[in-house]
Design a protein around this ligand. Structure first.
Ligand code: CMC
Length: 428
């Protein structure tokens, strides 16, 4: 017998059998439940989509209770150990790990597109010297739509592929230019002999030397961080990407919206917020007072808690290990002691334990980025670079899904009942 949910409507006495598939009922199956002919049918109310699946996806699997994260079935731990960011991006986008020939071709295509149009450079120069790099990043991504009008051909596979190459290749260059702009240094052109992460470090930190010498430990750490951030199923920015993309706008415009969602302190801005929080706490002695204030509702412990993970975020575990390797090169970040103690106290505290609040990906990533020489304002940008592959994979999956339409949630109207317009002089 097929799985069904039987609902009795006490208003009418009628019974309905609603099919259950893949652990879900279709909200539109509830529309048949009506209380009279005027009724348009039952809808569901789910602010913040706490319990609503908006798509079927083959890209990323998360088991929040067990702390499992997989891209296309491959555990994140194995990818972080053996893969590179570009290989992982290929996996996320095309569903399979590439063969040697496919990886070479993919890498070649990406490295071919790393340069920015000179007019993009001019556009970026128009920003104030202290402009937040994430604001610069999302504006520049949006501006791309005017440089590549062919991107409007969203149902042309070749055109989509071209935009995918451009986006993955150009986001590190935008990020590096935004960084150099903020510190008043000249932009460094991409060096395509280097790896994806190596070239990014080159564009960020090269000075007058002829060839930038990439530190292999930092290069690998960046690759790992990029792999960990590449996708995370239907989070706030990915939902924005899908939602905006569902209007059939070009991918650059949709991605500008996704990047804007990522900018917020509850999402990709969290690692920036973690660093600010650690600086504010200032020393290990101040931690108990800080925890007390969090428990009293005066702010949050940033880098803790997650909508999906109700155990240790598997990405946080990998990042904690990576931090040790990075600190061996850069020297220990003095804020690490505060972070470790904060984690220890929180994980023993009833408030955090009972709410299943554990460190998330952002708790330690900021410490690594800071040790590598990034200012805190660059943190969300460093998140956006790898998340680009996830956003566009999810965007393409949405476009090709015959069940998808323009995203358009319903509402429960609770405002004023119909009333007549009152002339200005008659209003009290
Ligand atoms: N510090 C203190 N209390 C918290 C925290 C926190 N970081 N996170 C959740 N809570 C409490 C919250 O006050 C609530 O308590 P109560 O039941 O007494 O009202 C309970 O835990 C459930 O919280 P919620 O806000 O309903 O949970 P959510 O699923 O809506 O929020 C979250 C998830 C990530 C927005 C939230 O945990 C948070 O604000 N964390 C801090 C920001 C952060 O680190 N964000 C990065 C997320 S991971 C990277 C990414 O995917 O973007």
């Amino acid at each position: 017998m097929a799985d069904t949910l039987t609902i009795t409507d006490n208003r009418t006495g009628k019974q309905y059998d609603i099919p259950i598939k893949d652990g879900a009922i279709r909200a539109t199956d509830l529309k048949q439940i009506k209380n009279g002919t005027e009724d348009t049918g039952l809808i569901t109310y789910d602010p913040a989509f706490m319990s609503t699946a908006s798509c079927r996806s083959r890209i990323t699997f998360i088991d929040g209770d067990k702390g499992i994260l997989e891209y296309r079935g491959y555990p994140i731990e194995q990818l972080a150990e053996h893969s590179t960011y570009l290989e992982t991006a290929y996996l996320i986008l095309f569903g399979e790990l590439p063969t040697d020939a496919q990886l070479k071709e993919w890498t070649k295509q990406i490295m071919l597109h790393t340069m920015l149009h000179e007019n993009i450079k001019k556009l970026m120069e128009g920003f104030q010297y202290d402009a937040h790099p994430m604001g610069v990043f999302l504006s520049t991504v949006g501006a791309f739509s005017t440089f590549y009008p062919d991107a409007k051909q969203i149902f042309d596979e070749q055109s989509r592929k071209k935009q995918i190459h451009r986006l993955i290749a150009k986001v590190p260059t935008i990020a590096a230019y935004a960084f150099r702009h903020s510190i008043g240094r000249p932009y460094v052109y991409p060096d395509n002999d280097l790896s994806f992460a190596g070239n990014f470090l080159n564009m960020l930190f090269k000075m007058t030397e002829l060839k930038y010498q990439v530190n292999p430990v930092l290069e690998r750490a960046l690759e790992i961080l990029f792999i960990l951030h590449a996708d995370h199923e239907q989070n706030c920015s990915t939902s924005a990407m899908r939602g905006i993309g569902s209007s059939h706008v070009d991918p650059y415009s949709a991605m500008a919206g996704a990047a804007a969602a990522l900018y917020g302190p509850l999402h990709g801005g969290a690692n920036e917020a973690v660093l600010r929080m650690l600086n504010e706490i200032g020393s290990v002695q101040n931690i108990p007072g800080f925890i007390k204030r969090v428990k009293a509702g005066e702010g949050r412990l940033m880098g803790f808690g997650h909508r999906v993970y109700k155990s240790y975020d598997p990405r946080a575990k990998i990042i904690k290990r990576t931090a040790d390797q990075v600190f061996a090169v850069t020297g220990r970040n003095p804020l690490l002691d505060i972070a470790l103690e904060l984690e220890r106290i929180a994980l023993e505290d009833e408030y955090f334990v009972s709410r299943k609040l554990y460190p998330n990906v952002d708790f330690y990533s900021g410490l690594i980025y800071q040790a590598m020489g990034f200012p805190v304002t660059m943190f969300p940008v460093l998140f956006a670079i790898p998340r680009t592959s996830g956003w566009i994979a999810q965007w393409e999956e949405m476009l090709l899904d015959p069940e998808q339409k323009i995203a358009r949630p319903r509402q429960l109207y609770i405002g004023a009942k119909r009333r007549e317009y009152v002339a200005l002089e008659k209003r009290s």
